[in-house]
Design a protein around this ligand. Structure first.
Ligand SMILES: Nc1ncnc2c1ncn2[C@@H]1O[C@H](COP(=O)(O)OP(=O)(O)O)[C@@H](O)[C@H]1O
Ligand SMILES: O=C(CO)[C@@H](O)[C@H](O)COP(=O)(O)O
Length: 661
């Protein structure tokens, strides 16, 4: 029986708590999940959440439900025979922005846990608020306005914290809690994010663990800029609603420290877990991070590469080299970096990697309008929806003769956009219509309008992005893999043009070279995840509009070879982080500062050699990914020429929302 270390990643999301167990070569060995609605029906959640009174915008979930889910998850892992005693590293991912409120008694309760009893039977006194506000909560509009006006406008908030004030962000949520329940706020010793809440439970040593710096960027409280990184005094004042020093200090105490090294040991696995589940006291716990950033880690995104999650919401995340905050997207720190010290850190001379970032676009109207159109026009069939898309794909030189916007829920981007708007006519002169003359175009039109949105806004990320200079002591050696070439020919698809900031470049198709005018920078590669990523027609349109190849994770099985992986990318990314932290923990000399990407590369290399022998083919699949579709250069050119007209129509539609408000 092997004694090689194993790594555990946890994913505490809106609807479930999941675990992935990984080998030291980063193979996914097993997974388990607890689904809140069905496994814990006593909490009466719907899709993991409960709603406040009509019109309140409140969306939350019971904090004890998550605690009980952790009991259940560990019971299931043990019952399934997972070799938990071999786990050496654990890291958690949590839904972003959502906050957990600890009571003053929490540290004592956490340090006195009895392994004979469940967590949920012992922890009810550890919280000063019985609910976790969910990311879908929109009850804090008043608080967002107050924060933005106190600080001097949305631009100022975005410049400091990486995002303008958003209703789901933690700062506005804390402000509302303090305003409506000052006693509850006073009874709060610490505020965690879901990621640091799970981290604290895993250590269960009486200490509330710090918030991860990447996750802290989703709070409207953490200053992201250079050496001033830290809790921002003016943001703290805006949230407490006062300039009183004591009040500001109190909030700063409640927020606690922020972990600026994503691979640092924050504690050993708690005695409660060691004794109850026969786990090792050597097992280390590493800082948890947000769910989207953890998914990003499972793909080890490089700069200018993107990840799109096509789930309930659509989320586009792009790795970038510079901090360029903007009103329309969120800027975050990379979730697995050794950052320079922040104003809070004492080790001012630490070896670090410089700062890396990602930008994120989040849309509430993702799958919702797509499935709405499927049901209204295509008998609820994705096959019929797809046939209609294929029928109407544009040809070279086609102008934009129709467009539509389906904001069935008030959206995040553009902020508050709401309603349905359809336009039809001659290219350059489209008129608002009730319905398209051929209703079957609804299918391709929803894809066009969503994907042109992602294309237009992601290009803004890339316009001035460049690599940070890594510090010499930690810069990784070059990849053991060859540059990613040649795959396009074997897949009979179109080659990927390099990302560009210039006004023209050449697209190549097989041996035919074609001069194409391309002025908008585009992503070099996009990884697709989420339910709608199963739809290859949709991915093909996405590839054309984004002008980038679309990739997916794959896994190897000795019987069926490389197949699409079905594992939970978020908890897998969290486990990668644990593996990285462990390698540094047991490493000596420079190895203590080895970078995340290098550790993942090495593990994949080892995996390739073990599976396929030293002669094993080198390529994308050995790195765990495959390209599923590449852009058609002619259609990519057509879409590029539509971007400005699309922008204008979006502006017109948003103006209509404002006029009707
Ligand atoms: N073949 C398909 N084409 C397009 N969308 C699909 C397809 N299959 C599933 N979906 C969409 O995927 C969504 C669920 O995605 P998922 O990633 O599981 O969501 P979440 O994790 O947010 O719950 C559903 O809303 C569904 O409409
Ligand atoms: O708010 C955001 C990102 O800003 C959401 O993407 C949540 O992070 C999603 O959480 P889950 O639905 O995956 O739990």
């Amino acid at each position: 029986m092997s004694s090689a270390p194993l790594f555990l990643g946890l994913d505490s999301s809106t609807q479930s708590l999941k675990a992935s167990l990984l080998s030291t070569d980063l193979d996914v060995l097993a997974e388990h999940a607890v689904h809140f609605d069905t496994d814990l029906p006593e909490y009466q959640t719907s899709n993991g959440v409960s709603y406040g009174p009509d019109g309140s915008g409140e969306v939350n979930s019971p904090v004890m439900m998550v605690v009980q889910a952790l009991d259940l998850l560990f019971d299931r892992m043990k019952d399934a025979g997972w070799e938990l005693d071999r786990v050496r590293g654990i890291s958690a991912a949590g839904q972003q922005h959502a906050s957990v409120y600890w009571s003053h008694e929490a540290p004592t309760i956490l340090s006195l846990l009895d392994p004979k009893k469940t967590l949920h039977s012992q922890l009810s006194g550890a919280f000063s608020r019985c609910v976790i506000p969910n990311w879908q909560d929109s009850s804090t509009s008043e608080d967002c306005q107050a924060i933005e006006s106190f600080l001097g406008g949305p631009e100022v908030v975005a410049k400091i914290t990486g995002s303008r004030a958003y209703e789901r962000f933690t700062g506005p949520q804390i402000r509302r809690f303090k305003r409506l329940d000052p006693n509850g706020y006073g009874a709060t010793s610490r505020v965690s994010l879901v990621s640091s809440f799970i981290t604290t439970l895993m250590c269960a040593d009486g200490e509330i663990k710090g918030i991860d710096e990447s996750d802290a960027c989703g709070m409207n409280l953490w200053a992201m800029n250079g050496s001033d990184r830290g809790w921002d005094k003016r943001c703290l004042q805006a949230v407490v609603g006062s300039e009183d020093e004591e009040e500001v200090k109190e909030l700063e105490r409640k927020l606690g420290r922020v972990e600026t090294d994503g691979g640092k040991v924050v504690g050993k696995l708690g005695k409660w877990f060691q004794e109850r589940y026969t786990m090792s006291g050597v097992c280390c716990v590493f800082p948890g991070t947000g769910d989207n950033p953890a998914t990003f880690l499972s793909l080890t995104l490089k700069e200018r590469e993107g990840m799109i999650s096509l789930g309930t919401s659509d989320v586009l995340l792009v790795s970038v080299g510079q901090y360029l905050p903007n009103l329309e997207y969120h800027s975050f720190f990379h979730p697995a970096q050794i950052a320079p010290p922040s104003s809070q850190d004492e080790d001012k001379e630490r070896t670090h990697e410089g700062l890396r970032y990602f930008n994120m676009l989040v849309y509430k109207n993702g799958s919702l309008p797509r499935s709405h159109i499927r049901d209204d026009y295509f008998d609820g069939s994705w096959d019929k929806f797809n046939s209609a898309v294929e029928k109407h794909r544009p040809k070279s030189g086609d102008g934009m003769e129709r467009m539509g916007f389906w904001w069935l829920l008030p959206d995040i981007i553009p902020s508050g956009a709401h309603g349905t708007y359809k336009y039809q006519g001659q290219s350059g002169d489209l008129q608002l219509v009730e319905e398209f003359s051929d209703p079957s175009v609804n299918a391709i039109t929803i894809l066009h309008s969503q994907f042109l949105n992602y294309r237009s806004r992601s290009s803004a990320f890339l316009t001035s992005s460049s690599s940070p200079t890594p510090s010499p002591s930690t810069s990784p050696p070059s990849s053991p893999f060859p540059p990613r070439r040649g795959i396009f020919a074997s897949l009979k698809t179109h080659p990927t043009p390099k990302p560009t900031q210039s006004s023209t470049h050449t697209l190549e198709e097989g041996d035919n070279k074609k001069k194409t005018s391309v002025g908008i920078p585009h992503l070099s590669r996009v990884y697709a995840t989420g339910g709608a990523a199963a739809n290859s027609t949709l991915l093909s349109v996405l590839s054309d509009v984004l002008h980038a190849p679309i990739c997916k994770n794959v896994e190897f099985s000795p019987t069926s070879g490389w197949t699409s992986s079905n594992w939970n990318a978020c908890s897998v990314g969290a486990a990668y982080k644990a593996k990285w932290g462990w390698e540094r923990h047991v490493g000596v000399g420079e190895r203590q500062n080895v970078g995340f990407d290098q550790v993942v590369r090495e593990a994949r290399m080892a995996r390739r050699v073990t599976r396929l022998g030293p002669e094993g083919r080198e390529g994308w699949e050995e790195e765990g990914i495959t390209m599923v579709v590449g852009p058609d250069p002619e259609r990519a050119e057509v879409y590029e020429s539509w971007v400005d007209d699309w922008k204008e129509l979006e502006r017109r539609s948003v103006r209509s929302v404002e006029v009707n408000a």
